[in-house]
Design a protein around this ligand. Structure first.
Ligand SMILES: Nc1nc2c(c(=O)[nH]1)N[C@H]1C(S)=C(S)[C@@H](COP(=O)(O)OP(=O)(O)OC[C@H]3O[C@@H](n4cnc5c(=O)[nH]c(N)nc54)[C@H](O)[C@@H]3O)O[C@H]1N2
Ligand SMILES: Nc1nc2c(c(=O)[nH]1)N[C@H]1C(S)=C(S)[C@@H](COP(=O)(O)OP(=O)(O)OC[C@H]3O[C@@H](n4cnc5c(=O)[nH]c(N)nc54)[C@H](O)[C@@H]3O)O[C@H]1N2
Ligand SMILES: [Mo]
Length: 707
């Protein structure tokens, strides 16, 4: 979503910089954008379809590759049924126009209930809350960053992540602007993050206890008579039920568990409720925990109760040029728990199952066992809980097709790798993140380079597979028609028929693809606008403040108050120069100080006789890893932190730079049994671990040796 000015000479990139005139990013750029040229020229990036024979890989033609993929998947389906073929779509799927348009067609053609995506290791609770409160999984309120005066950030580090479910390029400047106009930024996080460093106040919190603290904030607001729904009051129901439900969670009762004292919780509640314009915002730290669903709902509830939803400077909804929230979805968009997974009985969400149970479906024998897998832009071995078990399970599959341009820790097990074009060889319009950005804009980018004659786009690969596997004439026909149209014409239609659209009149003014082509810096559609109650998709066009499923889960929250733990709690972290697991093959992104270290508080280190730079062994129920210790009081006592996306250099991978900077995978420690049982999202945050000196500490650099 950052506007880039990319200068080329022939087929070479000579410069990449931020586009000062971009309507959203206004010149902001991060090192990952500069590294796009490394991805483009990377000799390890796969450019032709590859077939694995044992441990040997050979290049094959597209015709051959697509034929074998279709044939292999069709065979498994014929022998074991539809559900025997699973799919996993990873994060970059959402960053690809073509994949966004064609992946749904492909999964429909497969018709398997074993559909998985990175959603259930990320923002699933946000969808479940949006669906139940506002009637649609994509009605996710976005902090109105550029106009707010009081922002509370829980479990997010936007200065590094650039904002998530709050797309905000240059977020650091936007946060400083809040302070410059006299506002306040408060961060609640078990680590004093880069964002906390810039905030007016930072509070440490015991991992996994946000729901308790949020319930207590609401309790105070109700008890002090500070609830003020304003205009939301006329179309919101459930206020009394919410009030009654949070009543037991007083600051005094939750302070020990959360590690935040009662007076601080009270003051924060009053600050939130009395700020002129304010928003509470939570992201992965809140979503990836055992109470991710309840916590995410309580954030929404807090914003509603203070009258902040749909209000300037509060938490608002986008009005995008291409709207994925359709008009005809009123009262019909709640799709949750209609069926459950075979082995563990976890709930379906919008047709997909929680990826924390993928390994169960792969390695548990019986009718309905998964025998084949298709991954698209994902690396679940490094990115899902107990990746070690999933690694072994994937290695045992009958058939595995990966649509990806790297042979990484997951795709090394594939029988076929089908590589799409590079990000610089395809056009882009962001269907997802325009829905979640802090300002309404629309931008189309043409490909920087023409695609090589022999290359295929993601959407072309998906369209070919869909046409080959669709077992109804309609699906095959649709795949061919859409394949002929292609993403550009599909986008043009969506723009023309959207709220800003020009329609099909030849004199129509407004959004269309040709309009966006003429505006390379993007079209500014203005600040976020009030859209309620119209945009609600609940059947009664009201906000549901107290949906039953969340109220019931408060019982489980109540029980958590009685539990205590005295081990170390493991949390994750992100770094500016990482992008989950997949950009570590760019030298410029991995050089410098070693990043994959275990952060530990000085008191915890001292207690264990450990020192900065020591090699330590971290052990959980799921596994153990050896890693370098970094002693720092930026994490609270009792908490250790390890970044995710590392653990490279495994046999059969082909990413030379990453293998020289391997690190270890946090997801060899995280536990597939720790989930938010309400939503099915993985609970990465707060995994109990033991840390001790590594058994044998060699006096040479083990990473160097392996390379
Ligand atoms: N540079 C960079 N940017 C990225 C990515 C990347 O890998 N690198 N990944 C992208 C993706 S896919 C996503 S989803 C977004 C995520 O964007 P963010 O949500 O901003 O991601 P994190 O930096 O992981 O921030 C999570 C914070 O939660 C804290 N935390 C952990 N457990 C708890 C808890 O129990 N309670 C509270 N209150 N806090 C907790 C962690 O210490 C951490 O600071 O970032 C995106 N942007
Ligand atoms: N412990 C822990 N685990 C986490 C997280 C955490 O904070 N802590 N964060 C979670 C989050 S938020 C996310 S989103 C997931 C991410 O997890 P995944 O989506 O599973 O993994 P990525 O590392 O993003 O891998 C992306 C893959 O897509 C490929 N790729 C890149 N671009 C394209 C493209 O255009 N087309 C195709 N076909 N392939 C492409 C890359 O080569 C790479 O193999 O990880 C999750 N895992
Ligand atoms: Mo994510």
């Amino acid at each position: 979503m950052c506007g880039l000015v990319i200068t080329t000479e022939g087929d070479r990139v000579t410069d990449i910089r931020g586009d000062a005139d971009d309507s959203l990013s206004r010149g902001h750029i991060c090192p990952k954008a500069v590294a796009l040229q490394d991805i483009h020229t990377d000799p390890d990036r796969i450019r032709t379809p590859m077939r694995r024979m044992g441990t040997r890989w050979e290049a094959i033609s597209w015709d051959q590759a697509l034929h074998e993929a279709i044939d292999g998947l069709a065979r498994v389906r014929a022998a074991h049924g539809r559900d025997a073929v699973a799919t996993y779509a990873g994060n970059p799927t959402v960053h690809s126009l073509g994949a966004m348009l064609f992946l749904p067609e492909f999964t429909r053609a497969l018709g398997s209930r074993n559909r998985y995506t990175a959603t259930s290791v990320d923002q699933l609770p946000a969808h479940v809350a949006a669906m139940h409160c506002f009637g649609h999984p994509l009605l996710i309120p976005i902090p109105d960053l550029d106009r707010t005066e009081h922002l509370v950030i829980l479990g997010a580090n936007p200065v590094v992540s650039n904002g998530s479910l709050m797309t905000a390029p240059g977020v650091g400047d936007r946060l400083r602007a809040i302070q410059a106009r006299g506002g306040r930024v408060v961060v609640i996080d078990p680590r004093r993050t880069e964002t906390a460093a810039l905030a007016d106040q930072h509070l440490f919190i015991v991992p996994g206890t946000d729901a308790l603290r949020l319930a207590a904030l609401l309790q105070v607001i109700f008890a002090e008579g500070l609830a003020q729904l304003g205009r939301l009051g006329t179309f919101t129901h459930g206020l009394d039920a919410l009030k009654a439900a949070v009543a037991p969670f007083t600051p005094d009762r939750v302070s020990a568990a959360t590690g935040i004292d009662a007076p601080t919780i009270r003051t924060l509640a009053v600050d939130i409720a009395t700020a002129t314009r304010g928003a509470v915002y939570g992201r992965v730290g809140v979503s990836m925990q055992e109470f991710g669903g309840v916590a995410t709902w309580l954030i929404t509830a807090l914003n509603v109760v203070c009258g902040r939803i749909d209000a300037e400077g509060g938490a608002m909804f986008a009005t995008p040029a291409v709207d994925l929230v359709r008009d005809d979805q009123r009262g019909r968009a709640v799709r949750f728990g209609r069926w459950t997974s075979r082995v563990r009985g976890l709930p379906e969400f919008a047709g997909e199952l929680p990826v924390a149970t993928l390994a169960d479906e792969l390695d548990t024998p019986g009718t309905g066992q998964v025998r084949a897998l298709v991954t698209h832009a994902g690396n679940p071995v490094l990115s899902t809980p107990n990746g070690g078990r999933l690694d072994r399970a994937i290695a045992g599959l009958d058939f595995f097709v990966a649509i990806d341009f790297y042979r990484n820790e997951t795709t090394r097990h594939a029988h076929l790798i089908l590589p799409p074009t590079s990000p610089l060889e395809r056009e882009h319009y962001d269907l997802a993140f325009h829905m979640l950005a802090v300002r309404d804009t629309a931008k189309y980018s043409a490909p920087v380079f023409p695609r090589p004659a022999e290359a295929r786009h993601d959407w072309e690969i998906l369209a070919a597979l869909t046409a080959g596997l669709g077992d109804s004439a309609t699906i095959r026909w649709r795949a061919r028609v859409l394949g002929t149209l292609g993403p550009a014409r599909m986008l043009d239609h969506a723009l023309r028929t959207g709220v800003y659209g020009s329609g099909y009149s030849p004199f129509g003014k407004g959004a269309s693809l040709s309009q966006l082509r003429r505006a390379p810096h993007g079209v500014d559609l203005g600040a976020l606008k009030p859209v309620l109650p119209d945009r609600l998709r609940t059947a009664d066009r009201r906000i549901h403040l107290a949906p039953d499923l969340f109220l019931r889960d408060l019982l489980r929250l109540e029980q958590s108050l009685a539990q205590s733990s005295n081990g170390l709690a493991l949390i994750g972290r992100r770094a500016l120069r990482s992008c989950n697991s997949w950009m570590h093959n760019s030298e410029r992104l991995v050089r410098g100080k070693r990043r994959c270290t275990l952060l530990m508080h000085p008191l915890d280190a001292e207690q264990r006789g450990l020192a900065d730079g020591d090699q330590v062994r971290v052990t959980s129920r799921a596994g153990s890893v050896d890693v370098e210790l970094e002693v720092s009081d930026e994490v609270m006592a009792g908490v250790v932190s390890l970044p995710h996306g590392w653990g490279h250099g495994r046999d059969g991978t082909a990413m030379g730079v990453a293998a020289r900077h391997p690190g270890v995978s946090i997801n060899d420690l995280t536990d597939e049994w720790r989930i938010d049982v309400l939503t099915g999202n993985a609970a990465f945050s707060g995994v109990p671990v033991k840390v001790q000196a590594a058994a044998f500490v060699p006096d040479f650099d083990t990473a160097g040796l392996r390379a």
